[in-house]
Design a protein around this ligand. Structure first.
Ligand SMILES: C[S@@+](CC[C@H](N)C(=O)[O-])C[C@H]1O[C@@H](n2cnc3c(N)ncnc32)[C@H](O)[C@@H]1O
Length: 266
């Protein structure tokens, strides 16, 4: 996704993104940091930080002697992040395209559900790896192959009936499916020059009420499918989307994820 477009989509998604914070983004952010385990005093970059789901736990881990830069293009989410971080002076939220972010080298760069938004996922990840100090670590959290991958095409088809260009509106080169198994993710990180790669799978299936499914549509990247549609058209997309989920028998959300960490050679 073009970073400016991503910033607009996710800022507009702010209210519904917040609705899913407590039951999706925050627990998986906590789990990411339970795996990446930054040490007290570490310098951390949380790339594509959203509203701070993994940046806040990272800031708690590094403590007042450490520093966490939380960088995202969506001002609407950063504002929520600043509220979540109240009192954590070691955590700084900045609106910036993380692909052009420069800073002193980091002990850890973590990117949670972010790399597949980069217009070129490989080049973007290489850029993030270049911000890690020699011997430091790079971590990626991404979706494991799951019913999330079935929900997105249903969302897309529901919008395409109103707006044919909803077919891949974001111009992404590849996506989560390139790294949705431990093997694929390990190979990809190896290709980025990392060593000692570990991948922790996380199981996380939860009930999905249709109204919550619609909030997920509005509160995540799927929202991009609705670009330019008026209220009446959005209402028809909702109806088609919920009918599509029912037809596919989808009543749960599988947020199964993979949390990978690799080391940059010293
Ligand atoms: C699915 S959200 C995940 C947010 C957060 N990491 C979390 O787990 O709650 C993806 C985020 O990536 C951000 N993003 C996408 N491309 C970006 C870029 N080039 N620079 C900074 N942020 C970007 C979006 O604005 C969005 O907030």
């Amino acid at each position: 996704m073009n970073p400016e477009f991503a910033g607009g989509v996710f800022s507009a998604a702010g209210a519904e993104f917040a609705d899913w914070y407590a039951r999706l983004w925050r627990p998986l952010g906590e789990l990411t940091v339970a795996v990446t385990r930054p040490a007290p005093g570490d310098r951390v970059l949380d790339a594509c930080c959203g509203s701070g789901a993994s940046a806040v736990p990272a800031a708690l881990a590094v403590g007042p002697s450490g520093h966490v830069d939380a960088v995202d293009v969506a001002e609407g989410l950063l504002a929520q992040g600043r509220a979540h971080a109240a009192g954590l002076t070691q955590l700084e939220f900045t609106r910036h395209d993380v692909l052009t972010w420069t800073a002193e080298p980091y002990d850890l760069v973590q990117c949670v559900y972010g790399v597949f938004f980069f217009p070129d996922m490989d080049a973007g990840a290489r850029r993030l790896v270049s911000l890690v100090r020699p011997g430091g670590r790079f971590a990626v959290t991404t979706w494991r192959r799951s019913n999330m991958a079935r929900i997105v095409p249903i969302a897309q088809a529901a919008a395409a009936a109103e707006r044919p260009e909803a077919d891949r509106p974001d111009g992404r080169a590849g996506g989560p499916e390139r790294i949705d198994t431990p093997e694929k993710l390990t190979d990809w990180l190896t290709g980025l020059g990392l060593t000692g790669i570990t991948v922790e799978p996380v199981e996380f299936v939860q009930p999905l009420h249709p109204e919550d499914a619609w909030k997920l549509y509005l509160g995540a990247a799927m929202r991009a499918f609705l670009t330019g549609l008026d209220e009446a058209a959005v209402a028809r997309v909702k109806e088609r989307f919920l009918a599509g989920l029912a037809e596919a028998g989808i009543t749960t959300l599988d947020c199964g994820s993979l949390i990978a960490v690799g080391r940059v050679p010293a």
